[in-house]
Design a protein. Sequence first.
Length: 253
Amino acid sequence: MIISVPDMFPRKDRIHIVRDGAAETWRSDFTERKVDVPQLLLVEQPQPDSQILPHYHAIDQFQVFLDGEGRLASHAIAPVSIHYSNAYTGYGPIVAGKTGMAYYVMRPGLDVMGAQHLHLPEARKNLKPGKKRFMLAENVRVKSTGELCALSSMDTERVIGVPAGDPDQGVFAHLVSIGPDSDYTGQDPALGGGQVMMVLQGSMRFNAEALGLRGTIAITREEKAITIRSGADGVQILYMQYPLRTESATQPH
């Protein structure tokens, strides 16, 4: 399955949620909420100093912080920050700064359990054994269109990754910068548990579809590697891959 979304700015039909009896959030869903469908969503946390309490999910995920600032546990968060966590890895609180914050959540499938808050006894009972992992890339710099146009060759920066043989082999987050009107082919999705490409600067085309700022493509692991073409001003993409799991990417591990 390949899903492309031309841009992922807040939707008019976004859902209003009050979390923990206090923290107000808005959620924009860009994909269907089905078990075998990759999940792409935007969470807006507009209230200054509001908190989403420590919790975990039963699925691997990336979070990409592109708007506002705040704190993730003890880590100061400002654009661009990228957070990866394994299934059943607790994290938080997520605390919005003085102007609020917003962040994208990407998962290889639907989290059927939903957020499990660690202060609740029943949530702790649902914790599974296995390797917990929390990785954070901070102060990731986005190139200007001028810098992209000046590129003589493609540039790839690895901001999250693990060595071969690691239990979470396959997981990575790369910044890929491409000059104008150039093709780029990703790696074989079968090497991981699915992939996401998101436009941070410039634009790209995929299968004749134009994807502008925050345009995103989700690719499940049974698909072939895809090729995108940069626009007239080049493109910088955030290219992420979930780890390779021996079982379904949507099930606990």
